[in-house]
Design a protein around this ligand. Sequence first.
Ligand code: ATP
Ligand code: MG
Length: 415
Amino acid sequence: MRQSQLFTKARRETPKDEESRNAQLLIRAGFIHKEMAGVYAYLPLGLRVLEKIKAIVREEMNAVGGQELMMTTLQPKDIWEKTDRWDDSKVDNWFKTRLVSGAELGVGLTHEEPIVDAIGEYVSSYRDFPFSVYQIQNKFRNELRAKSGLLRGREFLMKDMYSFSRDQEQHEREYERIVEAYFRVYGRLGLGDITYRTHADGGIFTSRFSDEFQTLTEVGEDVIYLDESKGIAVNEEILTDENLEKLGLDRSALVPKKAVEVGNTFHLESKYTDALGVSFNDEKGENQSIVMGCYGIGISRLMGVIAELFADEKGLVWPGSVAPFRVHLLSLGADDLADETYRAFSEAGIEVLYDDRDLRAGEKFAESDLLGIPYRVVIGKRAAESGTAEVKRRTEDSAVDVPLSDLPSYLAQKA
Ligand code: ATP
Ligand code: MG
């Protein structure tokens, strides 16, 4: 894409109404637009990042057999009454609204009830199991505080998956397969080494613990206690002697760390399926309960975490897997040669943002650093004479000279 055609422009000033580093940088770089606290629009560059995170999550959920669907944001009250969750004391942060007739509706903040209700029309036999469905969709939560940019939105993008199994054994297998897929997602996002499976509260219906996926960062709102040798953590919310004994963890081995929850998976047993009257017949024709699991990933929160964690004093630093473009091509007074290079990149299938604008070199460099695209390629007057271009990684200080004809293959090979 030619930058002269991109309507967003980098800003020098830090937005005054924004405390969090992720939102400050993303707004300055023109990736997001703040509508109000905790509510952000995604502009072209930001949307490219969000779509890449979505694509990784989608690939990994599909790889474990997840079937994608999309539920509705407007939710009827009656199905939530069947599980006794409509009451505000059971589910906090819920935006609710009304039809003109006065009938109350929920605005989607999670989807266990609607999903069970929908799949109930199709499942009837033990042969139907196991299966999982998921969606990637905006969720709405009336969060008390929304000062952390994309880390805590009132409208935010979540992937939520729901598994259905014929018995506990089948459920446990499905659950662990999905947990493994979660770690593949975090690994591909560059967060694998600092994201820990963390025992946490199981929710209102079960005595089992849930698993949170917590990424270590000073800006996290959660405190987890990490056993580094085991690579496992416990959320401080459940840090009691009784629980530690149950989990086989030794208090003296645990170190407190601040972290942000980037995913959460739950064992739901048969609480929702039973309450909504969804069951199946086994081989003998006997009616049996369905065992359910649910699995969330905070997609927009992950974008905020990546922006926040990898940024340096010059701006954003995107890992290659989610960068809006692979290469930022800068023309410094050598437009014909830069145009040719732009075409060569495009033909080689390299995603490139081409700064073809008439600006000072210093401005172009500063903006390039702020945007955080993994490779910067500079075509200046020298390039025409030497037949080489200056290539610099966003994470390195020095550039290397690469012959112009080698550029596409050089950039395509690099991780
Ligand atoms: P938190 O404890 O951070 O409020 P939660 O436990 O209420 O989150 P879940 O219902 O488990 O969240 O949602 C699944 C995932 O969605 C979370 O692990 C998190 O990554 C993400 N998420 C939850 N709330 C928000 C929010 N307000 N803004 C952005 N992402 C969120
Ligand atoms: Mg959670």
